[in-house]
Structure formats: structure tokens, C-alpha cells
Design a protein around this ligand. Sequence first.
Ligand SMILES: CC(C)(COP(=O)(O)OP(=O)(O)OC[C@H]1O[C@@H](n2cnc3c(N)ncnc32)[C@H](O)[C@@H]1OP(=O)(O)O)[C@@H](O)C(=O)NCCC(=O)NCCS
Length: 417
Amino acid sequence: MAEIPGGLELVGLDASRLRDVLELDMWAFPTGDDIEEVLKIPSPLSWDRTFGLVTPEDPAHLVGLHASYPFTHCPVPGGRLPVAGLTWVGVHPQWRRRGLLSAMIDVHFAHCRDRGEPLSLLTASEPAIYGRFGYGLATRKGGLTLKRGAALREVAGADAVTIRFETASEERHGDLVARLHGAVERPGWVTRESPELQAYWLSDAPVFRAGAEALRILIAERDGEAAGYALFRRRDGWDEAGPKATVHVQEYVATDAAVVRAIWARLLDLDLVIEVTVGQLPLDDPLFALLVDVRAARPSWQDHGWARIIDLPAALTGRRYAADVDVVLEVSDTRLPDNAGRWRLTTSAFGTATVERTDGPADLALDVRELGSAYLGGFPLAQLAAAGLVAELVPGTLARASVAFGWPVGPGSSWIF
Ligand SMILES: CC(C)(COP(=O)(O)OP(=O)(O)OC[C@H]1O[C@@H](n2cnc3c(N)ncnc32)[C@H](O)[C@@H]1OP(=O)(O)O)[C@@H](O)C(=O)NCCC(=O)NCCS
């Protein structure tokens, strides 16, 4: 296990330490929220995966914290894998830049290995933090700012989808949301699997509202069966010209194109509203294609998910590939040297893959960070090579490998964790 600097001790935490966890979290992430109010929210933490750093002199106060969520069936291209979602990372300002995060990362990687999780994912507060630890930017999130009534292209069958609106609650909608969200087969689409995360997700505590209304849910049904939903909040607004409320769509899931169209047609036609925003769309979300005038919706994107390959053979054989390829990758990985060296990857299009160590000459050379970027299919190896981050040692191998690492469904996830 990793060495902890400064004589600090790593301690496993349990629910009795929630106040200490929140106090440290509020030092790491400044907030105006009242801790007494936050204590009322169901904690999303899986306590057996939550660890603090303390000084021997004052073990009651945490100076560092990290946790992970269990994503036991996380979609990857053509399959599902157990993945650790690194989260709640924080260091007290007084203790920053003394190597505490670095030590916690080593602890996290060791735990991933022990638990048999070949991949770790995270969403970062600041994109500059995690690359040094071998996390590569793997998914992006797209944003749109839509005018009320923005036109959508027609989709056959959309008229057969019925829509109803309710106030969201875990009790009434937890199962529906978990079932539809968990069925999405999109690489990187992590879902709230643990009961703690599920309870937290729809808890709609007042501190989550930030001046907007209670969490609402739009439920799309066909033949009496739920086929999609959207979680959203409206924010009141008026001026001398009249009503100007806005809607923010937190997340939506639709099982097919007709449901996508039916959901968005209703979200774009709510009374008193002038604008609808959505910020966490996968870049290939069908909504981008359905809009008649996508430019008017001011499309944008940001970094979203970061992927770290913990166990290279398990990760590379745990996904499928879009083409036949036989390629030798020379991988550097200073933090997890078991991943470093030459690996021969042999794949058949949409079939299984084998990975074995080899002494043969390498075709491509790259760091594990870039392998993480390419892993979910969102960043082509050719793009990374064009940026000087992947080296093609044998001409002609890059294009084939780049196609193989792609996937018909782009990566993405609908929430920040
Ligand atoms: C980000 C944070 C956890 C870093 O903890 P830390 O203990 O100071 O990190 P370390 O001392 O282990 O730093 C390791 C390396 O990362 C660098 N680093 C740390 N935080 C960084 C940041 N925010 N941006 C860029 N580089 C950063 C350090 O400079 C150091 O670089 P070096 O190895 O070249 O010297 C801490 O600053 C923090 O709690 N920030 C606020 C909350 C937050 O953003 N948490 C992350 C949630 S995803």
C-alpha cells in the first residue's frame, strides 16, 4: 500500500463520520450551504469505499478524503466491466501540495486492483489535476441553449408517445429512473447502482434547488409502458416584456428516436418559458441531429469523464473493437508499471480480443493516459497522434488501430460524480 506523507494515517470511514466528511468537503469545495441542511440529505457514499487522512494528534478531523462509487456493470464498447468511480476527493487547504492527493491516488489504485476493477473513471473539478496520474480525457459533454419552440425534425411514431409530468421523488420514480438509466448501452454511461446513490439522486433537498423549483420529472410512455424520462427544473422570471422563465434539463433517457422527439417537443413548449438549457449531452446525442437549426442553440462542449486503465490486459480484453487489427502497443506507465511494456492486441471486428506481452517490434507508442483517452472510443488514436501524443512507429498501423478503437456509439454520461 502507498506511503502516506507527513506522518498522516489512512483511516476507513463509516456513517458516524458523515459530519467530519462534510466539514472537510466544505473546506475543499467552498459553499454557502449550511452543514446542518446538508446533513439531512441522504449521503451517496459507499462507506466501505470511503477513506480519510488524519494526523495521529487529532484523528477526529480529516485533512484528506477520497471515496469511490461501485459501477459494477459500466458499459464499455461492446461489453460491461466493473469500474471504480473516484469521487469526493479533497485536501484541506492547510495541507495542500504536500503529496496527499498523490498518496490517495496510489491507495485508490491499490484498492481497484484488490477489487478486480480494471478501470477507474472520474469527473474532475479542474481538468489539470488528473493527467499526471495517468487519467486520460475520455468523454465530453455537450451543451445546448434552446429557444422555446425550437423546431425539431419529424420522427415517425412520436405521436404515439404520451407524456405526463410529476414532481420527482425517490419513492415514486426511483425504480423507473434506475431501470431506464441502467439499461443505456453507451460507453462510459455510469449509473447510480448503489442504494445510497439512488436515494441521493432524487432526494431533491432544498440546497439543490438554488432558487429553482422542485425537481420535476417528465415521463414518456408508449402502450402504457415507460419509454423515457427527463428530470428538469424551471426557474421563474418576469420583466416588463412579460414572462421569461427558464428550464434546465438535468438528465434525459429515451429508448428510441420517437421518444427522443416526443420528450423534447414537450420540453421546448412549456408555458411562460423562453429558454431551455441542457449541459450533459453525449456529443452524438440524437438531439443534435434532430434540431432544424442547431447553430441557434449555441452548441458547446467541455471535458467530462476521465479514464485510468488500472489493469491493461483486463481492460483491453474487456471491450470490443470496430475492426480487425493486429497491433503491438508500447505503453509507458510510471505509476502502475505492470501496465508498461509491449502488448500485442489482436481483435476481430465486433468480436473478442486477445492481449499478450510480446518482445516483438512495436507499431505504436503511447502513454497509458492516451490509452485511457482512446479506450471508450471518444478520442481517435489518429487525433491523439496528430497532437503528438501517440507515435506511429510502423507506417500504416495508426489508421487501422484508430478505426478499431472507435465505436458506433460515442461515450458519455449524464451526470457529474
Ligand atoms: C486538488 C487537490 C485534491 C490536490 O491535493 P494536493 O494534496 O494538494 O495534491 P498533491 O500535493 O498530491 O499534488 C500532486 C501534484 O498535482 C499538482 N496539482 C494538485 N492540484 C492541482 C490543481 N488543482 N491543478 C493543477 N495541478 C495540481 C501538484 O502541483 C503536484 O504536482 P507535482 O507532482 O508536479 O509537484 C486539492 O488541491 C483540493 O482539495 N482542491 C479542491 C477540491 C478539488 O478540486 N478536489 C478534486 C475533485 S475532482
